[in-house]
Design a protein around this ligand. Structure first.
Ligand code: G1P
Length: 271
């Protein structure tokens, strides 16, 4: 059963400067709703009951967004506005499910995952990267179904332009299961065009097993001096852990870059 999800939120968001100089990118509105709420809705709709936010001291504004009770209570007392009451109820629903852990140094996604070790209860858990929005189809839900069928780790995948492979983790595929799913034989973090074994990229949805923590503890820094989850996943695959890739069918929106963020608002408005 996948009941817990983790969301790394300690990144600095430099690709979205100046918007992120005083604000968390995950709270930026996309068609009137903070990006993080789309991610939370995906988790909850997929049956997740506890969501662990990995934040940093610099990103405490995210915690404040969910813990601003006194403010809401005083406004509601004065105004009794049904819209505000409704919005506050929504925030309270999210808050009940969220736990916070801290990653104060931005050492990479692998390091962020390691911070959740103590809190993970079941063997498998879900991770969502908040820069990647997937609309129209619940990718996490589909991945959980696959996980149940194959008793394996699962990662989301999308084909990208060949000259763009150095922006992503890139898969080697050992066997196609069907049109949408495949067995992963290797994964490389941000390879150059010559190194890249394919143009199938890792998108930010992962079902991982607790076994990854042992490997993460020993994980050396990789590309850009960061501890990458991709590098530990690579070790797990080499150690014969089964990883299934899932080509999701929803609409992908990249909210982590300025260009992508602007497009996301326009695209979601059209849905
Ligand atoms: C991270 C992962 C990368 C993956 C990407 C998906 O990169 O390290 O393997 O392809 O997310 O969005 P980042 O976006 O943090 O640079």
């Amino acid at each position: 059963m996948i009941k817990q999800a983790i969301i790394p939120l300690a990144g600095l968001g430099t690709r979205l400067l100046p918007l992120t100089s005083v604000f968390a990118k995950e709270l930026l509105p996309i068609n009137g709703k903070p990006g993080i709420e789309y991610i939370l809705d995906e988790c909850i709709d997929a049956g997740v009951t506890e969501i662990i936010f990995i934040i940093s001291k610099k990103k405490e504004i995210i915690k404040k967004y969910f813990y601003n009770d006194n403010f809401y209570k005083s406004i509601i007392k004065k105004k009794k506005d049904p819209r505000i009451i409704n919005e506050y109820k929504k925030i309270l629903k999210y808050k009940k499910k969220i736990k916070f852990v801290y990653q104060n140094k931005p050492l990479g996604t692998g390091d962020a995952v390691l911070k959740t070790k103590k809190f993970i209860k079941n063997r498998y858990f879900l991770m969502l990267l908040p820069d990647d929005l997937i609309m129209k189809k619940n990718c996490s839900k589909d991945m959980i179904k696959l996980h149940k069928k194959y008793k394996a780790s699962v990662m989301a995948s999308m084909t990208v332009k060949k000259n763009n492979v150095n922006r992503w983790g890139i898969y080697s595929i050992s066997k196609k299961i069907d049109k949408k799913n495949f067995i992963i034989s290797d994964v490389i973090e941000k390879p150059n065009t010559r190194e890249a074994p394919s143009n199938n990229a890792v998108i930010g949805r992962y079902i991982l097993s607790k076994d990854i923590f042992k490997i993460l503890k020993k994980q050396k820094k990789g590309k850009g001096g960061e501890i990458h989850i991709t590098d530990s996943i690579r070790t797990m695959i080499n150690n014969k852990f089964l990883f299934v890739g899932h080509k999701f069918s929803g609409k992908y929106l990249d909210c982590g870059s300025m260009d992508g963020y602007i497009k996301s608002t326009l695209e979601i408005a059209k849905l």
